[in-house]
Design a protein around this ligand. Sequence first.
Ligand code: SAM
Ligand code: SF4
Length: 353
Amino acid sequence: MLRMEEARRADMDSDSANVTSLHRPLTDPFQRTISYLRVSVTDRCDFRCVYCMAEDMTFLPKREVLTLEELDRLCSVFVRRGVRKLRITGGEPLVRRDIMTLFRSLSRHLDTGALEELTVTTNGSQLGKHAADLAACGVKRVNVSLDTLDPDKFRKITRWGDLGQVIGGIDAAQRAGLKIKINAVALKGVNEDEFERLIEWSHGRGMDLTFIEVMPLGDIGPARIDQFLPLSVVRARLLDRYTLEDIDYATGGPARYVRIRETGGRPGFITPMTHNFCESCNRVRLTCTGVLYMCLGQEDAADLRSPLRASPDDRIVSAAIDRAILRKPRGHDFVISRRQAPASARHMSTTGG
Ligand code: SAM
Ligand code: SF4
């Protein structure tokens, strides 16, 4: 906490002296252009997934959290600096009060063409309520996190979630014309027997599916090593049943895709632990308190809230973004082991998935 306060002060001092162009693209020291911003709009959630949160989480006091107007202003500065894709995430983004105001306001950047895509990652619990509004705001694709199709298992994984409500949300989203990608975290001994069912169900409903490896983020109680299942195991298991063909298909994210010859389906694999995908990283992550993380797996971060609140002149916060991007590291170095503490004390719900 102290380090963050010091960083805030240091950043403030140099911000006033350092005003930059508002339209120059953001390029990091490894010549990667930053065109993708993920924004966690809240650290709160109506679920408590066992790999993501402890059951008794302490959430941020509301005064620390950026207002929807501040989030809009900050996102808009990133858009001016060349960000073409915005993903709204959390915590659970759709539980934030009046969140549709933010979507409505950000959609103006889609109208002008400055922004290519506005998307959301959600647990699906509130999609029934918001799907039609999201579509009206120009959202075309939604990522829904769903690790099992078994209602009891779903309750165990999410602790508080209701599978029926999430499926109802997915139904509503499809009715509203949203394209859906299901994200399933591979969990040892939990959903290992469901990979094929998840594939057949998703592809049968015209939805993409991506498997994700558990990452060592935040202290969640039980040891990570007990949850971790390398996706090489998932792949091997699918090979028992299907023929998998490597394909070049890419969506600009870290997933690698294969084609299942028998079904034509195209599951993706996100393998931060067993296959580092950092060399093509084009993204940064903003927390709901205005802290910018240049890498999901590293602690270095820049405070953007102070420069944002210090002046209505966007050049001040834009200069702070410039300095942050210059510190973007080459990549992460996650390790999961019994002896090692989490790679990062931050939960995934802080930085957003
Ligand atoms: N609440 C929303 C949801 O669940 O989709 C958005 C936020 S959630 C943090 C984003 C994604 O991160 C989800 O797909 C979730 O499964 C994934 N996730 C959370 N903790 C993780 C961890 N430790 N390792 C890998 N994925 C994780
Ligand atoms: Fe909530 Fe998403 Fe984390 Fe589950 S993964 S606890 S739904 S933020």
